[in-house]
Design a protein around this ligand. Structure first.
Ligand code: CIR
Length: 263
C-alpha cells in the first residue's frame, strides 16, 4: 500500500521559460497557457484524493523545473535529493531540498561528483526500488542511492532504460502492489519478472507514464485502448491533458513528488 497511497505531493507551476525545456526531438513549442491549464487539472486530481499538495512557484531560471519528480526520491523514512544528469537541471535539486526538509526529518543528498541520477529513472514498488540506468542515470548514481537508502531498509535493483527512452518510468508505471503498466519493449527485457504486467496498447506507448495516486490512476488523455484495458481491470482512471508536456518528453509521473513522510 505504501507504494501507491500518499498523504502528500509537491508540484511546481510551469514557468514562461518552459519554451526552452529539453526535448529529444522538436515537435513544436509548448503553449504556456495550455500547459498551465493541464497542470491545474493535474493538481486538482491529486487533491481530489484527499492528499495535501504543496504547489511551488514557477522557477524561471530552470526551464524544466515543472518536472519535479527528477529532483528527489521520497520514501517514508526520508528523502534523497538527486543529482540530475542533465547539466541544465542540476540546480533544480538544490531548489527542492528546503521544501523536503520542511516535511521530512531526514533529507540526504546524492553528492558524488561522478554520481548522476534522476527521479524519473526510479520506480518504487511494495518490495524494492528499481532504478534504470539511462542517459541521465549512471552506475555511480545507482550505487550511491543504494548506499543512502540501505539504512532505511530499502533495497535497490539496477535495471536498464531502453535505448532512446528518456527515463525508466517513461515506459512503465506502478498500478498497485503487484501490478505494473509497461510498454512491451520494456517488459520484454524481463525486468518485471514476478510482477503482474499490463501492456499499454500497441501505438499507445506514450501513455506508459501514468501514476497510481491513492484511488486514482492518472493517465494522459488520448489513449482510449489502454484506458479501456485499465478500466476493465477495475482501476478508477482520470485523464489529464498532456499535449504540452509531451513536447518536452514529460508525462504524469514527472509532474509531482508523491510521498507519506513518517512523523
Ligand atoms: C527533460 O528532458 O529532463 C525534461 N524535458 C523532461 C523530464 C521528464 N521527467 C520525467 O520523466 N521524470
Amino acid at each position: 500500500m505504501r507504494s501507491f497511497t500518499f498523504s502528500h505531493a509537491i508540484t511546481r507551476r510551469p514557468s514562461a521559460s518552459i519554451v526552452a525545456g529539453l526535448r529529444a526531438v522538436d515537435t513544436g513549442t509548448p503553449d504556456l497557457a495550455l500547459m498551465q491549464a493541464h497542470h491545474a487539472e493535474y493538481v486538482a486530481a491529486l487533491r481530489s484524493t484527499g492528499a495535501v499538495v504543496v504547489e511551488l512557484p514557477a522557477l524561471e531560471a530552470f526551464p524544466d523545473s515543472v518536472f519535479v519528480e527528477d529532483t528527489a526520491l521520497c520514501l517514508p523514512e526520508g528523502a534523497v535529493v538527486m543529482r540530475p544528469g542533465a547539466p541544465s537541471r542540476l540546480g533544480e535539486a538544490a531548489e527542492m531540498a528546503p521544501h523536503l526538509a520542511a516535511l521530512y526529518g531526514q533529507v540526504v543528498q546524492i553528492e558524488g561528483a561522478d554520481s548522476f541520477i534522476e527521479g524519473g529513472d526510479i520506480l518504487v514498488t511494495e518490495t524494492e526500488v528499481l532504478v534504470g540506468r539511462s542517459a541521465r542515470t549512471n552506475a555511480a548514481g545507482v550505487a550511491e542511492l543504494t548506499r543512502r537508502i540501505a539504512p532505511w531498509g530499502h533495497s535497490v535493483r539496477e535495471v536498464f532504460t531502453p535505448p532512446g527512452v528518456l527515463h525508466f518510468k517513461t515506459d512503465c508505471s506502478l498500478l498497485d502492489g503487484e501490478t505494473i503498466l509497461s510498454t512491451k519493449r520494456l517488459a520484454e527485457s524481463g525486468c518485471f519478472a514476478g510482477y503482474k504486467v499490463i501492456h499499454v496498447a500497441d501505438g499507445e506507448e506514450a501513455c506508459a507514464n501514468t501514476i497510481r495516486f491513492n484511488d486514482l490512476v492518472i493517465m494522459p488523455a488520448g489513449f482510449p485502448n489502454t484506458r479501456a484495458t485499465l478500466e476493465q481491470a477495475g482501476y478508477n482512471v482520470r485523464e489529464i491533458g498532456n499535449s504540452e508536456c509531451a513536447k518536452l518528453d514529460g508525462g504524469m509521473s514527472c509532474l509531482s513528488l508523491r510521498f507519506t513522510p513518517k512523523p
